[in-house]
Design a binder for this molecule. Structure first.
Ligand code: PLP
Length: 295
């Protein structure tokens, strides 16, 4: 069974409930040319995406990812995605992957070809990188200035902050800066001093028995992994809170995690060169939960 799958998708209108969904997918070879030169996703990063994990044949949290895709489309004024079509594409691709192992599945909805009539969409899935070291041993992070106030989504909606757009060049630059500073990852801090998110992850802090994460004000992406973990922690009887978190609270945290769909939970061992308490056992429990089938 191939370990990669790529589907080109002819996007249907959100209210089209009658089309034969299978006929809107075309499986292609990931190494063969598939996009046009006029494609606005590649020219301008003008599009949105989702990355979800497929673990042992189960697409994790497909519905929350698709709800976020729909929200990103609304923020970017892209046509509303047909979620039944995307669910069918996820199912078809998942069935084509090996039944064991971890895979990263990317869904892309682009504004399409310049002057073209329709958006472009595709799905690609490939084996996930080996994340056993960050999950087991933790990661070092640095704080980086995001250059925006934590309420920037309200004052400057054209920045599209709550959308998962394809414009990730600055997020990738932040990761390079983190590496230059001898760390593995970064935590963005707003210009007015609040914790925001990682370049590709959500931030969770623990103080005593309270787990907190920055309030989803629209300036950060509301992470599906954080949401799922908070539900799980709530079921276990723990207190969880969404709030504005001053960056100074990072120094007093009993533990800090960066969580995301494919790497899952990575505990911090150091922040800006100072040690952070790392709870290997709790992190292992988080990852055991996150690797279990979740919808
Ligand atoms: N914040 C940003 C900027 C991200 O890119 C991501 C994921 O890539 C997340 C948060 C975490 O989201 P999720 O848990 O849904 O993967």
């Amino acid at each position: 069974m191939p370990a990669t799958v790529t589907l080109l998708i002819e996007p249907l209108a959100a209210d089209d409930l009658s089309s034969d969904l299978e006929s809107t997918f075309r499986e292609v070879d990931a190494s063969a040319p598939a996009l046009r030169v006029g494609e606005l996703s590649t020219q301008r990063g003008d599009g949105i995406f989702e990355t979800l994990a497929v673990v042992n044949g189960h697409a994790q949290e497909a519905e929350p990812h698709l709800q976020r895709l729909r929200n990103s489309a609304a923020i970017c004024e892209l046509p509303e995605p047909n979620l039944a079509q995307w669910h069918a594409a996820i199912e078809r691709a998942t069935a084509a992957l090996p039944a064991e192992g971890e895979f990263a599945m990317k869904l892309v909805l682009s504004r399409g070809v310049e002057h073209g009539p329709a958006p472009t969409a595709w799905l690609s899935a490939a084996p996930a990188a080996d994340f056993s070291a960050p999950r087991e041993q933790g990661i070092r992070a640095v704080t980086l200035d995001r250059g925006l106030a934590h309420d920037a989504a309200a004052t400057a909606p054209w920045l599209l902050l709550g959308a998962k757009t394809l414009s990730y060049a600055t997020n990738m630059a932040a990761l390079r800066e983190a590496k230059r500073r001898g760390a593995d990852d970064a935590i963005f801090v707003s210009s007015d001093g609040y914790v925001m998110e990682g370049p590709t992850s959500s931030v969770i802090l623990r103080h005593g028995d309270e787990y907190s994460t920055p309030a989803p004000s629209g300036a950060i992406l509301h992470g599906t992994t954080q949401l799922s973990l908070f539900e799980h922690l709530g079921e276990l009887g723990h207190r969880t809170a969404y709030r504005d978190i001053p960056a100074a609270e990072l120094a007093s945290a009993d533990a800090i995690w960066l969580v995301s769909s494919v790497r899952l939970a990575a505990g911090l061992t150091a922040l800006d060169g100072s040690p952070v308490p790392f709870d290997a056992e709790e992190t292992r429990a988080f990852n055991a939960y996150l690797l279990s089938p979740r919808d």
